[in-house]
Every structure is written in structure tokens, then in C-alpha cells.
Design a protein around this ligand. Structure first.
Ligand code: MN
Length: 273
């Protein structure tokens, strides 16, 4: 099988070879060791930290969002895509990775057209329970506005580097992850590729003058938040530019409600100003 994301992999290799090869390797090695998890329970401690940022941003006496903790589970990995009308309408694409949901905000949502490069900005990891969350985040709270579960299902990791499989967490750290989504609206391969932000940490490693000494994005749980990625449909048998679920299938796969119905349950289309 031809890896449909070869172009991105070449990009990634290009980036890696630009820095001092030794330091890049060291960073990769450290990530892989963390990913192995089991050793001495360190994986658990790290997983807990992953949601620090999520919890810090929210007051769970006010928001109806889940306050869950990292939770590793067996079985197929889940994904969810939520439609969220906050300051800007966007889709939140979330992949279960090592006990949490790694997340990207994608303003235009996923496309079945391999020619579309969808902007995807990394956001903080979310608890697994968030995958089924629907509700209205109250005014004044982080992300105020309605959220529906636009799609959900399971996924398989397709990421390879030089022919060898790469675990999802490591792939995200490296800036390229390819997944096969198996949901109700989405089915097929999509690739996520970081185009801006990852070099902040690599630059720190290589002690390039401009790099901040601390973590600019706010501690271990904030690693990578704000990085700019692209989400692109892979060229496989499911690619089909005529299929436009973000246009044709707006309702929740959980409750059948649209964002508008959730935001204004009492009235048909008008709300008092
Ligand atoms: Mn959001």
C-alpha cells in the first residue's frame, strides 16, 4: 500500500534534518520513553498532568462540561468531532490518546476532498468523557456557547515513519499523524500535519537564542497548544469531494439536534435580543 501522506513525511524529515540531528533524536527518544508508560507508574503521573490546563480554564460549578480525569481504557480508540459555536463557529476534532482526548479546533471542519487543507489549531487535551458532551456552556465561561456531538466513532493509527509504525502520542509530538476514522459521518484516512509551532520546543533543545527558557504554553499539559496544523483527507478509496457532511449533515449523531435547536430549545428560530 502506498502511504498517502508521503509528502508530509518528507516534510517532517526535512524539518528534522534541519536542526542538530543529535538533539532532535534525543527529544524523540524522551517522548518514546514517556509513551511506554507502564514503567514505574510514571505514565499515570504524566497522564494526570495532561488535563491541568483543561481544569484550570473551567469552573465546574458553572459549566456542564465533564470534569473527568485521565482514564486509560482497553479496546478500540475513540474519536469525536464536536460542533461548537463559541466566539467563532468551529469543529473540535478529538482523538483518544493515552487516557485523554488530543484536540484540534478546525474552523471549517473535516473535508472528504484531498485537495482541501483544513486549518487545525491544537487545543488543550480533554477528558475522555468529553466525547459525548452536548450542552450550552454558559456566558462568561471558557468557550461559552452550544456544543453538539457532530460525529463519533473509533479510529486506527496509520502513522508510519520509514516503514515502521509510530505510536499516536509520539506521532503528535513529531508533528504528523495519520488515522483511519470509522464513524457515522466520517470514514477513511485523514492526516494531521503541524505547519507552525513545533519548532518552539526543538529550538529550545538546540538552545537557539530566541527560544523562551520556560514553556511558553503553560506547563506540561499545555505542550503544543496553539500549534497550527492542517487536517487533510488522504487519497484513499473513501476520498470523495462530492461528499460534504459539514454542509449536508449538520445535526448531532447523539441526539439529532442541530446547534440552533440546542441553543434555543424553547423557540423556533428567534431569540429575544
Ligand atoms: Mn471548541
Amino acid at each position: 500500500m502506498t502511504p498517502p501522506c508521503t509528502g508530509y513525511q518528507v516534510d517532517m524529515v526535512g524539518q528534522r534534518s534541519r536542526g542538530a540531528a543529535g538533539t532532535v533524536k534525543r527529544a524523540g527518544g524522551a517522548k518514546a520513553a514517556d509513551g511506554a508508560g507502564g514503567a514505574g507508574g510514571a505514565g499515570g503521573a504524566k497522564a494526570r498532568d495532561k488535563l491541568e490546563r483543561y481544569h484550570a480554564k473551567r469552573d465546574f460549578n458553572k459549566t456542564s462540561e465533564p470534569s473527568g480525569r485521565p482514564r486509560r481504557r482497553r479496546g478500540a480508540s475513540r474519536y469525536a468531532v464536536q460542533l461548537h459555536d463559541a466566539r467563532r463557529l468551529h469543529y473540535d476534532v478529538r482523538l483518544e490518546v493515552e487516557g485523554v482526548l488530543a484536540s484540534w479546533a478546525v474552523p471549517k471542519g473535516p473535508s472528504f476532498d484531498p485537495g482541501d487543507k483544513r486549518l487545525a489549531v491544537r487545543t488543550e487535551d480533554h477528558p475522555l468523557d468529553y466525547a459525548s458532551y452536548e450542552g450550552v456552556i454558559p456566558a462568561g465561561e471558557h468557550g461559552a456557547g452550544p456544543v453538539i456531538v457532530w460525529d463519533t466513532g473509533i479510529y486506527r493509527n496509520l502513522t508510519e515513519h520509514r516503514g515502521a509504525p509510530v505510536p499516536v502520542e509520539e506521532a503528535i509530538g513529531r508533528g504528523h499523524v495519520a488515522v483511519w476514522l470509522e464513524g457515522e459521518k466520517l470514514r477513511g484516512g485523514w492526516a494531521f500535519t503541524r505547519i507552525r509551532g513545533g519548532d518552539r520546543r526543538r529550538a529550545g533543545d538546540a538552545s537557539a537564542g530566541a527560544a523562551p527558557a520556560g514553556d511558553a504554553s503553560g506547563g506540561p499539559s499545555g505542550e503544543g497548544v496553539g500549534d497550527v496544523w492542517l487536517m487533510v483527507k488522504m487519497r484513499d478509496e473513501t476520498a470523495d469531494p462530492r461528499q460534504v457532511p459539514v454542509r449536508d449533515r449538520p445535526a448531532s449523531v447523539r441526539t439529532g439536534r442541530t446547534l440552533e435547536q440546542l441553543a434555543a430549545p424553547a423557540g423556533p428560530s428567534r431569540r429575544p435580543a
